[in-house]
Design a protein around this ligand. Structure first.
Ligand code: PLP
Length: 413
């Protein structure tokens, strides 16, 4: 058959249990939301849904920020939108990095023309507030951009003290909460975080492709001072702001603010189905209750870790700073980490994660988040990992992983 006439079979992806660092299986009601009918982008019902999304995500982010909206694209789309809309060429940006995604933040800042100052912590650790305070003093950056939970190392940076330090220094703080939102406590207003970006495909348990974002009036002012509206939609009498035009059209927060405000000035076509999905993700976790969702992530992952340690596996990184939703596991000597991942996926339908850079081939990353964050999934994963490790030459003891985790769940009831 010639290539030009192939239409392939009906779409029927294999059933998997996604227990890596994300994406993860989505809540069933989110899948349903994705199949709802299209609406026109200015249909009053659709703009009402946009408003509802703002109300829902203010609760998820725990903020009063008016500007709480979705950026279309995966999490890095929101990072780019915020950084490109704020940073002017030559602005000094401090990027404290403790994993791969810190490197992403410095890379994007550089592309925005920033003078980037980096601060590096060993992978598996995080920063002490004093280190950030010293760097703020020595470099007086206009912006700080850093990751909350870096899935590459599975460490979470405490932010309670960092927000106030930046506020005191007159620095705007951007936080990448892609991997923590909806599973780890995150207090945007109380911790004085100026701009926070996230995604759906981790603890929010939605599909990748929509990036919840919130920013305060300090950020709105910076962005508005650069507001240039594209010619074909510019309202009569509008004068472009004095600041330099934001160099991306798609990611121009000043135009996105108009699109998400009552003026509804046209920009892109909002990704209808992704907005439905984001709305449903927020509704699901708010219905369960944020505190309960955090507790579920904490206790289910604690049971997973107890099971892994009972299997004589070593966990990666400083225990005190572990993210609630994903755990780094040191691949035992003599075990082919990729063979284990392959067997788990091909023979048992369970995906666990590999890692990047210096940790590639050294750790697996096992996540339990969102819809996947439940007892039955943890027990299935531990049982399967035991079987597969034994098959791959490890001396992992039978049953203890599952038994230990099960006891933790019992103790939690
Ligand atoms: C902490 C963190 N930041 C950013 C990203 C990039 O997100 P995306 O792939 O949705 O663009 C990821 C993805 O894994 C992440 O874990």
């Amino acid at each position: 058959m010639s290539q030009s006439s192939i239409i392939f079979e009906d779409l029927d992806p294999p059933k998997r249990l996604l227990m890596g660092p994300g994406p993860v299986d989505v809540y069933p009601s989110v899948l349903e939301a994705l199949s709802k009918p299209m609406l026109g982008q200015f249909d009053p019902q659709f703009t009402e849904y946009m408003n509802q999304v703002m109300v829902l995500f203010r609760q998820v982010f725990r903020t009063e920020n008016e500007w709480t909206l979705l950026i279309d694209g995966t999490s890095r789309a929101a990072i780019e939108a915020c950084l490109v809309s704020m940073i002017e060429p030559g602005d000094r940006v401090l990027v404290p990095r403790f994993g791969r995604f810190g490197f992403l933040l410095s890379e994007i800042s550089k592309r925005c023309g920033a003078e980037v100052i980096t601060l590096d912590a060993e992978w598996g650790t995080v920063f002490e507030p004093d280190q950030i305070a010293d760097a703020l003093k020595s470099h007086a950056p206009k912006y700080v951009t850093m990751v909350h939970g870096d899935t590459s190392t599975t460490m979470a940076q405490p932010l309670e003290e960092i927000g106030p330090l930046c506020r005191e220094a007159g620095t705007i703080l951007h936080i990448d909460a892609c991997a923590t939102l909806g599973g780890n406590p995150l207090e945007v207003d109380d911790w004085q975080l100026d701009v926070v970006t996230a995604g759906l495909q981790k603890c929010m348990s939605g599909p990748p492709g929509s990036a919840p974002t919130t920013f305060n009036d300090r950020v709105a002012e910076i962005v508005s001072n650069r507001k240039h509206i594209e010619a074909g939609i510019r309202p009569d009498g509008f004068e472009n702001a004095d600041g330099p035009c934001i160099s991306s059209n798609y990611f121009d927060l000043s135009m996105l603010m108009d699109y998400w405000s009552p003026s509804r000035l046209n920009h892109h076509t909002e990704a209808t189905s992704m907005l439905y999905a984001a709305r449903e993700c927020a509704r699901v976790i708010l219905s369960e209750g944020l505190e309960q969702v955090f507790k579920r992530h904490r206790s289910v992952n604690a049971a997973l870790r107890a099971g892994l340690e009972a299997m004589e596996l070593k966990l990666f990184g400083e225990a005190k700073y572990r993210m609630a939703n994903v755990t780094g596991v040191v691949i035992p000597d003599g075990v082919d980490g990729e063979a284990v991942r392959r067997d788990m996926l091909n023979d048992f339908g369970i995906e666990i994660g590999t890692s990047f850079g210096p940790l590639h081939g050294k750790i697996w990353r096992i996540g339990s988040m969102g819809h996947v964050c439940r007892q039955e999934h943890v027990l299935r994963c531990l049982d399967t990992l035991t079987t597969v490790l034994q098959r791959n030459g490890a001396s992992t003891p039978s049953h203890v992983g599952v038994d230990t985790a099960e006891n933790c769940f019992g103790a939690d009831k």
